[in-house]
Design a protein around this ligand. Structure first.
Ligand SMILES: [Zn+2]
Ligand SMILES: [Zn+2]
Length: 154
């Protein structure tokens, strides 16, 4: 049995946030796999369940190719077993190839990327935005009001 105390000074608390659904989990010395998350080769961190996995047939084919499973196993495997077989096949929860990452495949995007893109397209930076806000809204309450306004009201 593993006993952990909260008083050990060298244990560190780690936390992981899914960049796709914003699910957050934390624990002492928690690893990415314990958090149920993966990290793609571009550094995107997200829940295992968001992985863009190949079809069940394709996963089985690949696992067979590497002699990890044979025909007698296949019919007993659930989709979840196959998912884990695949993650183990990949070697780790890190450096997941881009083809399995929804962010890399542009089926969804992060707020950070969206913000960076919009700033670049609009030729804006933090300084310019703050200057505009001060001139246009004067105080934070007015800005908040504007941001909460529905699009079609003006
Ligand atoms: Zn998630
Ligand atoms: Zn990615």
């Amino acid at each position: 049995m593993k006993i952990r105390t909260d008083f050990v000074t060298n244990s560190s608390s780690s936390s992981f946030i899914c960049e796709i659904c914003k699910y957050e989990t934390s624990g002492y010395d928690m690893s990415l796999s314990e958090a149920g998350m993966v990290c793609c080769e571009n550094g995107h961190i997200f829940c295992e369940e968001h992985l863009l996995l190949p079809s069940r047939d394709e996963l089985i084919k690949r696992a067979k190719k590497r002699n990890k499973i044979d025909n007698s196993h296949v019919r007993f495997l659930s989709d979840l077993d196959i998912l884990y077989t695949w993650i183990i096949e990949n070697g780790s929860h890190y450096d997941i190839p881009q083809e399995y990452c929804p962010i890399c495949q542009m089926t969804c995007c992060t707020e950070t990327d969206m913000l960076k893109y919009l700033l670049k397209e609009a030729h804006l930076d933090e300084e310019a935005i703050l200057k505009t806000w001060k001139k246009r809204f004067g105080n934070y309450d007015k800005l908040k009001e504007y941001l909460l306004e529905k699009k079609d009201e003006s």
